[in-house]
Design a protein around this ligand. Structure first.
Ligand code: TMP
Length: 236
């Protein structure tokens, strides 16, 4: 597989074209960003940890029947993926109150959300990823009703699989964000699932083991990601 030119540079990953028109290379960088790019740093080893973490999780999801973009691990920091037409919408499921839900609704951090909540956000840093609803998505043509229903179904399916996977390793999956894309007419899970895009707490001590350590300046960010990886059996 030959790497060609840079197609897109995001805040933490770079996407490259390849000699196969249907395949792209995702490169996970050490760059770490929070608050829509307001806080930025380079964290040693993060690209490698997230690349391998993402590959491991996507394989588990694929085995559980969630179609994913991931094809193969190419190197410490690169993965081969199927090319998707990305839908500019973020799907968030929350099992426990934290983050923007706490600020928005004034509920207490840490309360269990039963049933879990589902929210859509528009992927737009300049607008700070505003929360949107299904009507906005259809009106502005970001996705069809059928694709909305499928994104919700798959995002909840991911919750079933990953809540159990992290619980078995002594962790609470507090919340997470997914992004989907289209390969022809098929809706496929794209982007990444890493501690950069979810919240994970130790089940006993409630210690934060995700990007909130970076957002809140708690230190030990990559060490926490490595701890999560070790507990669930990702080989780094
Ligand atoms: P929030 O509490 O800030 O709305 O975030 C909910 C979850 O989604 C949390 O696990 C972080 C993740 N997330 C991202 O990864 N990127 C984003 O741009 C947003 C808005 C949320």
């Amino acid at each position: 597989m030959e790497k060609r030119e840079e197609l897109y540079r995001g805040k933490a990953k770079t996407v490259y074209t390849t000699d196969d028109a249907e395949r792209l290379i995702l490169q996970f960088r050490n760059d770490t960003s929070a608050f829509d790019g307001e806080k930025i740093d380079q964290l040693e080893r993060k690209g490698m940890v997230n690349n391998k973490f993402n590959h491991f999780i996507m394989q588990k999801l694929e085995q559980a029947g969630v179609p994913t973009q991931v094809d193969a691990l190419l190197s410490d920091t690169e993965s081969l993926v199927k090319k998707l037409e990305m839908i500019p919408v973020e799907c968030v499921v929350r099992n426990v109150a934290a983050g923007s839900l706490v600020r928005r609704l004034g509920v207490e951090e840490g309360i269990e959300l039963n049933p879990p909540t589902f929210e859509f956000f528009l992927k737009n840093d300049k607008l700070h990823d505003p929360m949107i609803n299904e009507s906005h998505i259809v009106t502005f043509g970001w996705a069809t009703e059928a694709h909305i229903a499928e994104m919700k179904r798959l995002t909840f399916k991911v919750n079933e699989v990953l809540k159990a996977l992290f619980a078995d390793a002594g962790m609470l999956l507090v919340d997470y964000k997914l992004e989907f894309g289209l390969a022809g007419e098929q809706l496929v899970l794209g982007d990444e699932f890493t501690p950069d895009g979810c919240r994970l707490w130790d089940a006993e001590t409630k210690t934060k083991l995700d990007k909130d350590r970076f957002r809140q300046g708690l230190g030990g960010v990559v060490e926490a990601y490595e701890e999560v990886a070790k507990r669930i059996g990702v080989e780094l």
